[in-house]
Design a protein around this ligand. Structure first.
Ligand SMILES: Nc1ncnc2c1ncn2[C@@H]1O[C@H](COP(=O)(O)OP(=O)(O)OP(=O)(O)O)[C@@H](O)[C@H]1O
Length: 584
């Protein structure tokens, strides 16, 4: 139960609803146990009347009617209270589920990119949905059924004992056996359903990936191969399901058997005691009802125990993630005013997981409002530079200064708000084009959206769609071409109107003519903003105030376009190569 203590803060938050829920549960059980007593006394009234037919029929009818009305009234009140019990305790469990999901989600958002590299998306999803769901079973049903059982058990046993002590003793003998058996079955059910869940996860991950890569599957004619793999997985999943169903099928027969045995004991011993004149016929009937009434709550002890064990295991998995300290932390709570001058001083950076030294003593400087272009072979560390400016990672050694201040001392929100970042692979959400652009500025007007799209040279394309800016993009933005996606992504960064614009090779999928138009527009919109353009094309770099050529995480060449084409080196050779391609 150590892990589940994490939920105590939520129980405290909803203490009033919980206390009311507990009171309602107790009162509803008090009403419920009255019903068998009333039925018992009704049977006794009928029994007396049949044994003594001369008795006043009017009195008999009156007593009978009173009892019937009391039974109906008590059952109605107990029903209403049971409804309220669920409305309080189960509602609290839903509130806790909601709070816990939010807590986990917020923690996920705080965690750095490294965390996401180390953990699979499926696992992250499972902890926020499946595991939180299991914990809810503890916060709601487990607590409700426990209170239910304890109250019912004590109140019923109290009344039973008052009526017939020895019969009570014999009647409850099978109940602990029932509870232990249910516990064992529930544990096995949980074990098997976890395996079923794992197979379902595998199956959905496989299906999702197949449909995401459907173009590749079709192009390579791999449909039958893929189906074979799906079929094997599906077959295994079916077998696990059947294995689960087999044990589930034991559950109810087991209960029916034990209820039957308890009933037999009541009828046999109760019958004997009736014949001996120790108890009345009404008491025997009353006991039969009590036994049936107690069976389910007692069975739930076993069920609840396994729910609590499951919840403990799930909360442990949730706590593992909640306890992780984000690697990138905001060290400054006061907002920072960012102008945009950037300087790297002897920066070294290694990716933990691959141990690749992406930057090895990198130094460069770009003033506020200036443009820097970064050119370099693939894998030379260009994207890493942009990630470090946004503080998606922290450096191993050296300094990154923004406006002459160490980047780690700046307010993280201010820093990221001051940056408009266009990644190498444009990511668009399954939403309208308009909302995808507005992601950069939530309160942007339609005019601002259109203007950003015009500057990114994508307005014309969008206007041609039947629904224009309201076109809903599929998962991964499948309805747009690569170049269109890149341009929507550029519009998203432009609309933000940030102090720093970072473009990571984001014009690679557009033709050179469109590239030129976009660059001209960017020239206008990036006025006064520090702009860093990572590219493989000289055409994107040539107008920049500064150009650096990166090689193995270090600056190999730096200067302006004219300076760099005047000297031999990577830049000049790339320039000549691309010039030739253009002429061809
Ligand atoms: N997330 C990561 N985890 C581990 N290693 C990485 C990661 N990202 C990049 N690397 C490695 O770091 C080195 C620099 O990568 P980076 O993406 O900065 O290069 P790049 O110059 O932007 O390349 P490209 O032009 O292909 O985009 C590469 O060797 C790459 O394999």
């Amino acid at each position: 139960m150590k892990e589940l203590q994490h939920l105590n803060k939520y129980f405290l938050k909803y203490k009033y609803q919980l206390v009311i829920g507990v009171i309602i549960t107790v009162v509803s059980k008090l009403f419920i146990v009255f019903v068998p007593q009333l039925i018992g006394s009704t049977i006794d009234i009928v029994n007396q009347q049949t044994q003594n037919p001369q008795a006043d029929i009017a009195v008999f009818k009156k007593d009978l009617l009173t009892n019937i009305l009391l039974i109906v009234g008590t059952a109605v009140i107990a029903g209403i209270l049971t409804f309220l019990m669920r409305q309080t305790i189960i509602n609290v469990s839903r509130y806790i589920e909601y709070d816990l999901k939010n807590e986990v989600y917020q923690q996920y958002q705080k965690l750095s990119l490294n965390f996401y590299k180390k953990n699979k998306t499926g696992d992250l999803m499972n902890r926020i949905s499946e595991d939180v769901g299991r914990v809810r079973m503890y916060a709601g049903p487990a607590i409700m059924y426990s209170i239910n059982t304890i109250t019912l058990f004590f109140v019923a046993i109290f009344f039973m004992y008052k009526q017939a002590p020895s019969l009570t003793f014999y009647t409850i003998i099978p109940l602990p056996i029932l509870s232990v058996l249910i516990y064992l079955i529930s544990k096995e059910i949980n074990k098997r359903s976890t395996i079923v869940q794992q197979y379902l996860s595998k199956l959905s991950a496989f299906t999702q990936e197949s449909f995401s890569g459907i173009a590749v599957i079709k192009a390579y004619g791999l449909e039958s191969e893929t189906f074979k793999n799906f079929d094997e997985l599906s077959q295994a999943s079916k077998e696990k399901q059947l294995h689960l169903v087999r044990i589930q099928a034991f559950f109810f027969p087991m209960m029916v058997l034990l209820i039957g045995i308890s009933n037999l004991i009541v009828i046999y011993i109760g019958g004997k005691q009736y014949i001996d004149g120790i108890i009345s016929l009404g008491t025997v009937s009353e006991f039969i009802i009590y036994v049936n009434m107690l069976t389910w709550p007692v069975a739930t002890i076993g069920w609840v125990t396994s729910i609590v064990q499951e919840a403990e295991a799930s909360q442990k998995r949730i706590n593992e993630f909640l306890k992780i300290e984000p690697e990138i932390r905001n060290t400054n709570t006061t907002p920072s005013d960012i102008k945009g001058a950037i300087e790297f001083k002897d920066v070294h950076f290694t990716y933990d997981d691959t141990n690749i030294k992406a930057l090895q003593g990198l130094s460069f400087k770009v003033g506020s409002g200036e443009t820097l272009a970064i050119i370099g072979k693939t894998g030379s560390g260009k994207s890493t530079i942009l990630d470090l400016i946004s503080r998606l990672y922290d450096v191993d050694s050296g300094d990154i200064l923004i406006d002459a201040k160490e980047v780690s001392t700046l307010n993280l929100n201010s820093l990221r708000n001051a940056i408009g970042y266009v990644p190498q692979e444009a990511f668009l959400f399954s939403d309208t084009i308009k909302n995808n652009i507005k992601f950069g500025k939530e309160d942007a007007t339609d005019e601002e959206v259109i203007s950003a799209a015009k500057n990114a040279q994508v307005h014309k394309n969008i206007s041609q769609f039947t629904h224009g800016y309201d076109t809903v993009l599929g998962e991964r933005g499948v309805t747009l071409s690569g170049g269109q996606k890149q341009r929507v992504s550029i519009a998203r960064a432009i609309i933000k109107d940030p102090k720093i614009l970072l473009f990571d090779d984001c014009l690679s999928a557009v033709d050179t003519e469109t590239e030129e138009k976009i660059l001209n527009n960017l020239n206008k919109v990036s006025h006064g903003k520090t702009t860093i353009i990572v590219s493989h094309r000289i055409s994107s770099a040539k107008n920049a105030d500064h150009i650096i050529v990166l090689e193995d995480g270090k600056v190999a060449q730096k200067g302006t376009h004219n300076e760099l084409i005047a000297i031999d080196g990577y830049y000049k050779s790339l320039y000549l190569k691309q010039l030739n391609q253009k002429e061809m």
